[in-house]
Design a binder for this molecule. Structure first.
Ligand SMILES: Nc1nc2c(c(=O)[nH]1)N[C@H]1C(S)=C(S)[C@@H](COP(=O)(O)OP(=O)(O)OC[C@H]3O[C@@H](n4cnc5c(=O)[nH]c(N)nc54)[C@H](O)[C@@H]3O)O[C@H]1N2
Ligand SMILES: Nc1nc2c(c(=O)[nH]1)N[C@H]1C(S)=C(S)[C@@H](COP(=O)(O)OP(=O)(O)OC[C@H]3O[C@@H](n4cnc5c(=O)[nH]c(N)nc54)[C@H](O)[C@@H]3O)O[C@H]1N2
Ligand code: SF4
Ligand SMILES: [Mo]
Length: 744
């Protein structure tokens, strides 16, 4: 591990001509809490980031990641202009040079190999800038490639698969109504650390609100193999066997249906909200509660008790998140969580899971705009999930010879070598690309073979309105995310890169010819009149979308510096919003029933003798996936991750606190210090994800810095949830042993 030399002066962002002190109210865009922040700026430099206590909705989760956001903006190794690889070094170039070179190389490759030879991987921060994703897709549609990879295949794909089958749209997200709930069943979620919000909603301050309900008498039941910060506060903590939530949930559903505790109205076969309940009855008749209890290692009596409590509570919700998704059983776990809510009458009722349109009707826009994604992957012949192929497929798509091989790739705000499975395999494949373009703020592990580094902008440097995901917001709230400081002159908002690249490739943006002409004409007008505001910008689209929603006025949105609460929470709108042809929730899609029966036929997985442990996962309050671990303001003390072992396992292995240990699997090996704690259950070794990503210095040429190790190097990419194509990131079998060395 190297130490970061902070004596390096901050980069000259070339902005000294912008002067004056001011305060800007905006919101943090690192995670879905979306905390309102008050930023003090002087001479285009951020002086202080504090919670915006005048924000009517979203500031309570405010944390050190938001407070130190400026350390990313002023990162000493930030990419400040496009940089081109020449031998082992990078040289600065202009945007015109970058776009001309990338366009020419991609056009030539497409002529030789067809459109699928150019691909993209987009990561989590791209999703926090709607123009970024929209214009990236506009470019992908323009060139006609289906080589599309994204973070969803290591995150929320299971949710999209379930939403498509049950509610008729991959974007249909029933959001938890925390403030009215008496019973919280939280599976695979650690909101005390990660905040409350996933693909199932933007829920600011969710955990504090949940604890407030607990003080008023609500029960919190946490299902997690780890005694997390969340589990410590729970009334019940069920230390489920990893990957076996589906068995626990199926047990709960069996008790509800066998004991007649279901909501009669919602389950009525002809008039109810849900169809398929009889198929569920058929399924649970086939299963034995003792078998399910043995699979998930939760006592039968606990399953019976929780099922009754959940069904009988005045109001209740079950929430399933990444801990459920990151297993081969992820989609079934996710599905059964929704089923439990549906059959106990928790949908569209206070305290359960509700649907509200938001100020823009994204589901309708999606219906009109989304193109069918029926492509099958070249090597494995697999379908797309939520419009993308599985990240695990990317290495072979790059290295397997044949027409359509991926030879050029853009990595857009992502770090898949660290965030995805078997990073070593992906890294080796990336080295074989003819063209790798990284659009990021700094050069990280996944960008080390990049031919071009293109500087993106940080959320403090851009305006954002989450119009297309307004339906994900818990509560009727809108805030325009204002730009706080000007970006470095050489950096550009990502959407512009995709827009200009498409124009340079002579392809029709979004697949429609007229768009290119409109963009060109607006830019010409702006130049001709000397009014830059006339040039096309995504704000045009935002204004149109807001107008189309007929719910809030653009002027009011722009005037509300702290955000705007525009209405009450609504109930009773769910049924009309469903996108299934019969406007009912499909509680028992046949592909899920089939997969469940397959799981029931298969014995619970047993560890191979040489790898007796399961590799568990944690997030750190001060980490954001892989990209904040190098910030000195966030990680003053501990600058690495550790292997966290249960005391009994540690004693058996003769491992003491601080010992260097080897953690190894069939695909990789890492070495890191041990921590002994009662957090993990026996047989589980916990290693935080997101560490061990190098930060390179393309401008200065100093050696790369790295903190901690990448636990995903141990994950076998071939073990997948077949329905969502999510790799089993939290079910890798590993061995643990004391290292022969005493320090790294
Ligand atoms: N084992 C394990 N693996 C996991 C997970 C887990 O729980 N366990 N979690 C998964 C989940 S939920 C997720 S979301 C993924 C994350 O996976 P990714 O999204 O692939 O990875 P990040 O670490 O978020 O990397 C984001 C990159 O974007 C850059 N960046 C940040 N802001 C901006 C910006 O505004 N513009 C541009 N252009 N770049 C920016 C950062 O510098 C960084 O390089 O990891 C997944 N992987
Ligand atoms: N500080 C911080 N906050 C974040 C992030 C971050 O990196 N750092 N990332 C953001 C992102 S991109 C996302 S998607 C969200 C994710 O937010 P969450 O989905 O809450 O993710 P985690 O905090 O990883 O919590 C997952 C929990 O699942 C448990 N788990 C693992 N396997 C199983 C299992 O088989 N069954 C059950 N029941 N539990 C299991 C783990 O022990 C862990 O406690 O957090 C967001 N917030
Ligand atoms: S990173 Fe922290 S400050 Fe930013 S939105 Fe999430 S919880 Fe709020
Ligand atoms: Mo995520």
């Amino acid at each position: 591990m190297t130490t970061l030399d902070r004596s390096t002066t901050r980069p000259d962002l070339g902005l000294s001509n912008v002067s004056g002190a001011r305060t800007v109210h905006t919101f943090c865009r690192y995670c879905l809490a979306g905390c309102g922040v008050e930023v003090t700026v002087r001479d285009n430099r951020v002086q202080r980031i504090a919670p915006d206590k005048a924000n009517p909705y979203t500031w309570h989760d405010f944390c050190a990641k938001g407070r130190t956001a400026n350390e990313v903006v002023e990162h000493p190794r930030r990419i400040l202009t496009p940089m081109k690889r020449v031998g082992d070094d990078y040289v600065e170039a202009t945007w015109d040079e970058a776009i001309a070179d990338i366009a020419a190389r991609m056009t030539k490759l497409i002529a030789e190999e067809g459109p699928d030879t150019v691909g993209v991987y987009w990561g989590n921060p791209a999703g926090f800038s709607i123009p970024n994703v929209v214009f990236q897709n506009g470019w992908l549609d323009a060139i006609g490639t289906m080589s599309r990879y994204y973070v969803g295949s290591v995150d929320q794909n299971a949710m999209h698969v379930v939403a498509t089958a049950m509610y008729g749209s991959q974007l249909f997200a029933p959001i938890g109504d925390i403030d009215n709930s008496d019973y919280f069943l939280l599976l695979g979620a650690n909101p005390a650390v990660s905040a409350w919000g996933w693909a199932d909603g933007t829920v600011p301050d969710g955990w504090r609100r949940c604890l407030e309900r607990q003080r008023a008498g609500a029960r919190i039941v946490v299902v997690d193999p780890v005694r997390t910060e969340t589990a410590r506060k729970a009334d019940d903590h069920l230390r489920v066997r990893p990957g076996q939530d589906w068995a626990l949930l199926l047990g709960l559903i069996k008790v509800v249906l066998d004991e007649g505790l279901e909501h009669r109205g919602d389950c009525d076969p002809t008039t109810g909200l849900a169809t398929g309940v009889d198929d569920l009855r058929g399924l649970v008749r086939e299963v034995d509660l003792d078998d399910l209890a043995a699979r998930c290692e939760v006592a039968r009596a606990d399953i019976e008790r929780i099922a009754r409590e959940f069904a009988n509570a005045r109001t209740a919700m079950a929430i399933t998140r990444t801990g459920v998704a990151h297993h081969e059983t992820g989609t079934i776990g996710e599905w059964l969580g929704h089923v439990l809510n549906v059959i106990t009458g928790r949908m569209d009722r206070p305290g359960g899971r509700r649907y509200q349109r938001g100020y823009v009707d994204s589901l309708r826009i999606w219906d009109v705009m989304a193109k069918p994604m029926t492509h099958r992957s070249r090597v494995q012949g697999r379908p797309m999930v939520a419009g993308h192929h599985g990240l695990d497929e990317l290495p072979d798509e790059i290295t397997t010879p044949g027409r359509g091989r991926v030879r050029a790739l853009v990595i857009n705000a992502g770090n898949p070598v660290v965030s995805g499975p078997d990073g070593a395999k992906l890294d080796a494949a990336l080295a074989q690309l003819d063209l790798l373009v990284a659009v990021d703020l700094v050069q990280r592990e996944s960008h080390r073979h990049a031919h071009w580094l293109l500087p993106g902008v940080h959320w403090l440097e851009r305006d954002d309105l989450f119009s297309l995901t307004s339906g994900l917001q818990d509560g009727s709230f809108v805030q325009y995310g204002r730009k706080v400081v000007e970006p470095p002159p050489g950096a550009r908002e990502e959407w512009r890169f995709y827009c200009d690249l498409t124009l340079a490739m002579g392809r029709p943006l979004f697949g429609y010819r007229g768009v290119n002409t409109a963009v060109r004409t607006s830019r010409w007008l702006a130049r001709w009149t000397g009014r830059p505001g006339l040039a096309f910008s995504p704000r045009w689209i935002d204004r149109l979308l807001v107008a189309s929603g007929r719910t809030v006025k653009w002027r009011d949105v722009m005037r509300s510096r702290h955000g705007l609460v525009y209405g009450e929470r609504q109930f009773g709108r769910l049924r009309e919003a469903l996108k299934t042809p019969d406007r009912r929730i499909h509680a028992a899609p046949s592909e899920f029933l089939d997969r469940t029966r397959e799981l029931l036929r298969t014995p619970a997985p047993a560890p191979p003798p040489q790898y007796p442990f399961l590799l568990g996962n944690r997030r750190h309050r001060h980490s954001m996936n892989s990209f904040l671990n190098d910030l000195p303001g966030l990680h003053r003390g501990c600058r690495h991750n550790a292997a966290v072992l249960n005391p009994e396992d540690a004693a058996e292995l003769e491992i003491a606190e601080g010992d260097l240990v080897r953690v190894f699997s069939a695909v990789g090996e890492i070495e890191l210090p041990a921590t002994i704690s009662d957090e993990p259950r026996r047989g589980l070794v916990l290693v935080d994800h997101g560490w061990g990503s190098r930060v390179f210095d393309p401008r200065g040429g100093a050696p790369a810095q790295s903190y901690g190790v990448n636990r995903n190097l141990l994950v076998d990419a071939s073990r997948l949830d077949p329905l969502s194509q999510t790799p089993a990131l939290s079910s890798a079998w590993v061995g643990v042993a004391k290292s022969a060395r005493s320090s790294v």
